[in-house]
Design a protein around this ligand. Sequence first.
Ligand SMILES: [Zn+2]
Length: 175
Amino acid sequence: MSIAVEALFTTALGLQAPWVVAKVDLDTAKRRIDFEVSCDAGKLPCPACGVNGQGIHDRVKRSWRHLDFFQFEAWLHAEVPRVDCSACGKTTQAEVPWARPGSGFTLLFEALALSLCQTLPAAQAAAQLRVRSKRLWRRIAHYVGIARRRDAMTGVRAVGIDETSLKATSNNWLS
Ligand SMILES: [Zn+2]
């Protein structure tokens, strides 16, 4: 695709320097759109200690499922730099602004998934999102853990206080 299209998607995805969309691959038969995102910085701050201007050791290929663009299933792919730090001596993978470390979903996809899980049983939400429900459960567990740690139970929809109520809610969630 042309440079203009890549620039347009860089903006549409809310990416900021040093991250840019380098390639857009639209497959109408598979109803899928793939974005190659690249980091064009030669030096980065160390993710571990924060010291600026550290060299890049190598890059790790990663992929994230993103929100659909109309009927197209959208994926982001990037070779994420691992920063070699001369200050703390650690080699640390840079964080990407669109996803939590270790997640295979973008933050926007996770937000949609969690919103759906507040109104649908997780299995139905997973079917709508075309993901395995096991992957959704991992997210729910992660965010429920955060909500509990903050002691703000806003992210928790149902809590079983005893075995009977736990059984009733998990039946509802697993149905
Ligand atoms: Zn460091």
